[in-house]
Design a protein around this ligand. Structure first.
Ligand code: ADP
Length: 310
């Protein structure tokens, strides 16, 4: 048997392969069957003899009755990608199914409703699940757009008035359901950052909205925007439930949610922090999370400062 360097590496073969019997080395009956098969072009996916977490695609070509070429491809990363995609699609279907079930229920009730008052009440209730589905679709589109567009170059970044963005968002949060929070701000209006304005808006909006949604009424929210060394720092701290350490590293995964009664009724899409992570990645920044269970959380990031800063 002869093998090239790549085959030796992937199959864990010694440098001298003459005299080695591949069937004995691999010890997999399916591999034996394919090697002995007279049919050319057969393909098989098997576990690697070197590492049982790796999958190899084995393709057999018969040259003549006693000569075969076996092509081996490591398909582990491809399989991982396919599994991630399948999980993602399963999650989306699941997320869409619950509001749809509610909508169908209300529509059936609407068919049977006898008076106009019932009808009005049912139509009003339809709004919430419809809104949930719209938010989900919008967040999915945002995420796809972020993932598929190239990273902005330094020439794409603009001078962003983050203080103004924060002011706009803090006006909007007062309209959120259950808003009764004490919001404190430490904002340096002269600090301006380099970035893509709509993306910075979206990241800050997600973080501040989360702070409000997850902090019970009467809680305190602190928002900071200031110069920090050579960069600009954004931070939002809340006095909400906090997050246990084991969840922190998963929070930016799509659809990852910490299971708790308050969080279950928050009605979020589960995509907010995944969007924030992508936006920050596009700005050469990362999301920092500090949290203590029962005391609250701080979410923050830094951005390069704008040369236009005063
Ligand atoms: P969601 O739409 O569920 O809010 P996110 O991606 O924005 O999705 O957040 C992911 C999860 O992180 C939330 O479901 C929640 O469990 C947790 N989380 C986010 N922000 C906070 C916060 N300020 N306090 C406590 N938990 C939070």
């Amino acid at each position: 048997m002869a093998a090239n360097d790549a085959a030796r590496e992937v199959l864990d073969l010694p440098i001298r392969t003459a005299g080695i019997n591949l069937i004995e080395h691999w010890q997999d009956p399916r591999v034996e069957t394919i090697i002995r098969s007279p049919v050319t072009g057969e393909v098989l996916e098997v576990t690697s003899p070197k590492d049982n977490r790796s999958q190899l695609e084995v393709r057999l070509h018969t040259l003549d009755h006693d000569q075969r070429i076996i092509l081996i491809r490591d398909v582990t990363p491809l399989n991982r990608l396919l599994t991630t995609r399948q999980d993602f699609l399963a999650n989306i279907s699941h997320e869409l199914r619950s509001p749809l079930t509610v909508i169908v229920g209300y529509l059936e009730a609407l068919q049977d409703s006898a008076n106009i008052q019932d009808t009005e009440e049912i139509v009003a209730r339809l709004l919430s699940p419809v809104q949930r589905m719209r938010n989900l679709v919008e967040d999915l589109l945002t995420l796809t757009r972020l993932e598929s567009s190239p990273r902005p170059s330094i020439y794409d970044l603009e001078d962003v008035n983050v203080a103004k963005i924060i002011a706009t968002i803090s006006n909007e949060i007062t309209e959120l359901e259950g808003f009764d929070h004490d919001v404190e701000m430490a904002i340096d209006e002269r600090t301006r950052a380099l970035g893509i304005p709509e993306e910075i808006y979206s990241a800050i909006n997600n973080l501040i909205t989360n702070a409000v949604r997850y902090t019970p009424e009467g809680g305190r929210i602190n928002i900071r925007w200031l110069k920090y060394d050579d960069a600009c720092l954004f931070e939002v701290t809340d006095t909400g439930p906090g997050i246990a350490t084991e969840h922190l590293q998963h929070l930016t995964e799509r659809f990852y949610r910490v299971d708790s009664p308050r969080i279950a009724k928050s009605g979020g899409t589960g995509l907010g922090l995944a969007i924030v992570k992508h936006i920050l990645l596009r700005h050469e920044s990362t999301l920092r999370i500090n949290s203590t269970l029962g005391r609250g959380s701080t979410f923050g990031f830094t951005l390069p400062s704008s040369r236009n800063a005063i």
